[in-house]
Ligand binder design. Structure first.
Ligand code: PMT
Length: 326
């Protein structure tokens, strides 16, 4: 019964969601990346990050989107790298990106100046950075260059829901060979609804036809085949977002019950930057920043990553139970 459900999700993916032309190339890249780092003694985490776009027309003018900025995923990628992981960063195009995320609100041209030498300015080799405008730029640049040189971050972009679904499947299959050394950290806010290609109008929907009524289908729950079929030995973390705090933990427990993966990070929209609960089948651990920590710039992602990397270690090396000989 379970097998039939999984293969029907696979079939649905192939039939109703356009397969991106580069998916096989990307899969090979991810598999090589995972194997290289595993051989070097590193664990590999696949992070999903950002929202998804759901087109309303096949020659898309309009689409449905959601709030996710990608900050959770981008910040977590940095903390995973700091903890010794290699990171595959499956992110929505133009959502926040590790390291550069800190400078996104700054106009780069205001932060750069020509050095004035001999009373003249404008020599291209004399462009200097105003470090007050780009706080921590030297530290962040060093980190970024080390990460690049070490090949520790593999960025993969998606735009649409279809791309997300196929690339996540490809990632799961690419990481299958490294078994429990792989972690999936599914922080993306994925649309639950979509319009199948067969029901989508080709051209721009005309407002002259009057008010628009949409009927959307349910997106297949990809966690199911991911956990049971594509990467069954991996350490899998999903996220649960609610706006009503009173139902949050119940929904997180239900997800664990349904998908049988290792943990859910539960968060509420308004408090997500300072407070989450890591829910496992055995425990519920609240992680919360104090006002003082927030002022100092501590990020909740540092705590989430620390909690999950420890849990991943235990998952890979479960303490064996030695019973006394009788
Ligand atoms: O990006 P930020 O602005 O920093 O915000 C971070 C966040 C709030 C988006 C993040 O912390 C978060 O909670 N992400 C999950 C949002 C959510 O509620 O997801 P969901 O309940 O729709 O899905 C549950 C899980 O299954 C998620 O891990 C999701 O990535 C995954 N999923 C969902 C649907 C689907 N078709 N495939 C999936 O893999």
């Amino acid at each position: 019964m379970a097998e039939r459900r999984i293969s029907s999700i696979d079939g649905k993916l192939a039939e109703e969601f356009a397969i991106p032309s580069h998916v096989e190339d990307v899969k090979e890249k991810m598999a090589d990346f995972a194997m290289r780092h595993t051989e070097a003694g590193r664990r590999v985490v696949l992070i999903t990050s950002g929202g998804t776009k759901v087109p309303l027309e096949s020659r898309t003018v309009r689409f449905l989107d959601n709030f996710s900025s990608g900050r959770r995923g981008a910040a977590s990628a940095e903390y995973f790298i700091e903890s010794g992981y290699a990171v595959i960063f499956l992110h929505r195009h133009r959502s926040l990106y590790p390291y550069t995320r800190m400078f996104l609100t700054i106009n780069m041209l205001d932060a750069l100046q020509f050095k004035v030498t001999d009373g003249t300015a404008g020599n291209p080799s004399d462009v200097v950075v105003d470090q007050q405008m780009l706080p921590n730029i030297v530290k962040v640049l060093k980190q970024y260059q080390e990460v690049k040189e070490g090949g520790l971050l593999l960025p993969i972009e998606f735009n649409t829901l279809s791309e997300y679904l196929h690339l996540l499947k490809a990632a799961a299959q690419a990481l299958h060979p490294i078994g429990s050394k792989a972690m999936f950290y599914l922080a993306a806010a994925v649309s639950d609804f979509y319009i199948p290609a067969s029901e989508m109008p080709e051209h721009k929907i005309q407002s002259s036809n009057g008010p628009l009524q949409l009927s959307l289908n349910m997106v297949p729950k990809i966690l199911s085949p991911l956990v049971k079929d594509w990467a069954p030995q991996a350490f899998v973390i999903s996220f649960k977002l609610e706006t009503d705090e009173s139902i949050l933990l119940d929904r997180a427990c239900r997800a664990l019950d349904t998908y049988r993966h290792q943990a859910v990070v539960a968060n509420v929209l308004d408090s997500r930057r300072g407070q989450v609960v890591v829910v496992t089948p055995e425990t519920q651990v609240e992680l919360r920043l104090t006002e003082e920590e927030v002022q100092k710039g501590v990020e909740i992602e540092e705590r989430i990553v620390s909690n999950l990397t420890s849990a991943h270690t235990k998952f890979i090396n479960p303490v064996s139970l030695h019973l006394p000989e009788t």
